[in-house]
Design a protein around this ligand. Structure first.
Ligand code: FE2
Length: 357
C-alpha cells in the first residue's frame, strides 16, 4: 500500500534527487518539480498529500507556493526546506500553515521523521473532521427521528382524546361543550395558580374527560329528564370511579384519572365517591370543582336559566370552604371577568382540526 504521494520542489537538481531517492525508499510515491509554477501545475493533476519545498527558487518562491497550494487544498501537508540564513522566512512559513521546516544541510533521518509526522497529523485532522461531520449528521438525524416520534405520539394522544370525547358526545348531549368550556376555565385558573406545564397538561386532560365514566351509565338513567330514585342516583354516582378505571389503563391519561376520580368530591368531605376532605382531594380536582360550578351556573339548564356571571361568582364565594378550597377561590376571584369570557369562547386544540375540516 502507498504510504502517501509527495511532491519535491527544489531548483537544485541534486537535492531533488536525494530527497526523491530517500523518500521513495521509504515507500512514498514521489514526484519532482523545479520550481513553484511547475509544482502548482502538478498539484492540480494529482492528489498529493505533502509538498517538500525549498524557499528560495527562481520565479515563484516557496512561500508563494505554500500560500497558493494551501488555498487550493487546506489538507495538504507542507514542509519548508531552507538555508540557515532564511530562518525568519521559515518561521513565516509556519505561520502560513506549513507543518515544519528543515534547515539545509539536512539530516536525512530528520526528513523522514518530519514527513511521517506531517502526514500522520494530516490523517488525524481529516479523520477528526469526518468524525465531527458524521457526529453532526447523526445528531441531526436522531433529532429529526425524535421529533417525528413525538409528533406521532401527540397525534395519537389527540386521536385518543377525541375518540373519548366523542364517545361521551354520543351519549349525553351538551356535555362536550361543557367539557370544553370547563377545560379552558381550568387552564386559566391553573395558570394563575402557578401550575407548571406538566401539571397543566394533566389538569387539561382530567378536566376535559371528567365525566367520561358516564359512557358506562345505562341510557335510561343517564338520559332521563326527571328525578332519579336513590338507587339510580347511586348508579349515576359510579361514573367517577368508572372514569378512573377507564383512563388509568391508558398510560398518558393515568395521572389525569386521579382528577376524574375525585371530580365530585367537596372540600367539606360531603362529596363522593370517597368523601375526601380538604387537601386530601387532588389539587386538580379542587380547581375543577370551582370552574365546573362557574360553568354550570352560567349556562342554561332545562330547569333554569343561566345566572349572570357576577351572581355565579357570589355563589362560589358563599360556598368557599364548604364546597370549594378557599385558597383557590381567592385566586379565582383575582381573575377579571373579561378573561373568563375570553376563555369561554376558545375552541379546544384537540378539536381545531376537526372544526376546520
Ligand atoms: Fe361528573
Amino acid at each position: 500500500m502507498e504510504k502517501g504521494i509527495i511532491l519535491i520542489v527544489d531548483d537544485e537538481e541534486n537535492i531533488r534527487d536525494i530527497l526523491f531517492e530517500v523518500l521513495s525508499n521509504e515507500g512514498y510515491e514521489c514526484e519532482r518539480a523545479e520550481g513553484g509554477e511547475e509544482a502548482l501545475s502538478k498539484l492540480k493533476r494529482k492528489p498529493f498529500q505533502l509538498v517538500l519545498s525549498d524557499i528560495l527558487m527562481p520565479g515563484m518562491s516557496g512561500i508563494d507556493l505554500l500560500k497558493e497550494a494551501k488555498a487550493a487544498d487546506r489538507d495538504l501537508s507542507f514542509i519548508m526546506v531552507t538555508a540557515v540564513h532564511a530562518a525568519e522566512t521559515a518561521i513565516e512559513a509556519m505561520r502560513l500553515g506549513a507543518d515544519n521546516y528543515l534547515i539545509k544541510p539536512f539530516n536525512l533521518d530528520e526528513v523522514i521523521l518530519s514527513v511521517d509526522k506531517a502526514l500522520h497529523r494530516r490523517r488525524l485532522i481529516i479523520e477528526n473532521r469526518e468524525y465531527q461531520f458524521h457526529l453532526e449528521r447523526k445528531v441531526e438525524e436522531r433529532t429529526r427521528e425524535l421529533h417525528e416520534a413525538l409528533k406521532k405520539i401527540r397525534a395519537s394522544y389527540r386521536a385518543t382524546l377525541e375518540a373519548l370525547g366523542s364517545a361521551l358526545d354520543t351519549r349525553d348531549i351538551g356535555t362536550h361543550a361543557h367539557s370544553r368550556r370547563v377545560t379552558h376555565y381550568a387552564l386559566l385558573l391553573g395558570r394563575t395558580l402557578g401550575m407548571n406545564d406538566q401539571e397543566l397538561e394533566t389538569l387539561e386532560r382530567g378536566v376535559y374527560l371528567h365525566d367520561i365514566g358516564k359512557i358506562g351509565i345505562p341510557d335510561d338513567i343517564l338520559l332521563r329528564p326527571g328525578k332519579l330514585t336513590k338507587q339510580e342516583m347511586e348508579i349515576m354516582m359510579t361514573h367517577a370511579e368508572l372514569g378512573k378505571r377507564l383512563l388509568s389503563k391508558i398510560d398518558f391519561l393515568n395521572e389525569a384519572s386521579e382528577i376524574v376520580y375525585s371530580h365530585q368530591e367537596r372540600y367539606d368531605g360531603t362529596g363522593y365517591p370517597r368523601g375526601l376532605k380538604g387537601e386530601e382531594i387532588p389539587f386538580g380536582a379542587r380547581v375543577f370543582a370551582i370552574v365546573d360550578a362557574l360553568d354550570a351556573m352560567t349556562s342554561d339548564r332545562p330547569y333554569r336559566r343561566a345566572l349572570p356571571f357576577e351572581a355565579a361568582r357570589a355563589e362560589i364565594i358563599r360556598a368557599s370552604g364548604v364546597q370549594f378550597d378557599p385558597n383557590i377561590v381567592r385566586v379565582f376571584m383575582s381573575i377579571p371577568k373579561e378573561q373568563w369570557l375570553k376563555a369561554r369562547e376558545r375552541p379546544l386544540h384537540y378539536e381545531e382540526e376537526r372544526e376546520v375540516a
